[in-house]
Design a protein around this ligand. Structure first.
Ligand SMILES: [Ca+2]
Ligand SMILES: [Ca+2]
Ligand SMILES: [Ca+2]
Ligand SMILES: [Ca+2]
Length: 248
């Protein structure tokens, strides 16, 4: 039986600024349950449904050896080498079978490379140089599509198909784009994380916005269904202590 749900993923990253926090920034807030320390300094956090059970797990992408490390809930780790130096990691359900796959976005040619399996990769050029990649299930069919956030005009461009793109102006040019199924209806909405005030702004399809302050300045946003409720929650990754803080 198939759950009406999908997975999210999201990965945004500013590789160059990942490690700026000071050690004194660290103590976790009391509202950060279920934190998990994982990866190495310099890793990029990712999230996705690696085992296909409908809930999301965490992982990291290590730029130094261009390898993904997918962490199961029991702590076991699956490494997958994929991509080129300077790629940005992405995750999503590319093959419409349960569970999320990995991929990369290559900033140099504005192209997505979706890893369908060990020997199959789909490449999709989309957007402009300077865009930030996003992924999500825009149409609610259970598989994830791609898109971009364009900082210059603070607009999301959701690729619905080879010749169909939806555009949604939202957020500020310095925001980090996020996507997830905020309302649990099976398709993904958009949002932004504002680094300056460590606040998530989740946009509903009708344009209403839910602000959620969470984490510390210097954290990196992550999105996933941490508690298997078939909707997505926010979370952060704290580079200073290489720890994930999912918000349940
Ligand atoms: Ca899972
Ligand atoms: Ca899949
Ligand atoms: Ca879809
Ligand atoms: Ca939704």
């Amino acid at each position: 039986m198939r759950r009406l749900r999908s997975l999210r993923s999201l990965v945004l990253v500013t590789l160059g600024t990942a490690i700026a926090a000071t050690l004194s920034a660290a103590p976790a807030s009391a509202n950060l349950p279920g934190n998990v320390t994982f990866g190495n300094t310099g890793d990029v956090p990712i999230a996705g449904d690696w085992n296909g059970d409908g809930g999301d797990e965490i992982g990291v992408y290590r730029p130094g050896n261009i390898t993904f490390y997918l962490r199961a809930d029991n702590g076991s780790v699956t490494p997958i080498a994929f991509g080129n130096p300077n790629d940005v990691p992405i995750t999503g359900n590319w093959n419409n079978a349960a569970g999320d796959e990995i991929g990369v976005y290559r900033p140099g040619n504005a192209t997505f490379y979706l890893r369908q399996g060990p020997s199959t990769v789909s490449s999709i050029p989309f957007g402009n140089i300077g865009d930030v990649p996003i992924t999500g299930d825009w149409n609610g069919d259970g598989g994830d599509e791609i898109g971009v956030f364009r900082p210059g005009n603070a607009t999301f461009y959701l690729r619905q198909g080879p010749s169909t793109v939806s555009s949604i102006p939202f957020g500020n040019s310095t925001d980090v784009p996020i996507t997830g199924d905020w309302n649990g209806d099976g398709d993904d909405e958009i949002g932004v994380y504002r680094p300056g005030n460590a606040t998530f702004y989740l946009r509903a399809d009708n344009g209403s916005v839910t602000p959620i302050p969470f984490g510390n300045i210097g954290d990196v946003p992550i999105i996933g269904d941490w508690n298997d409720v078939a909707a997505d929650q926010v979370g952060v990754y704290r580079p200073s202590n290489i720890t994930f803080y999912p918000r349940n």
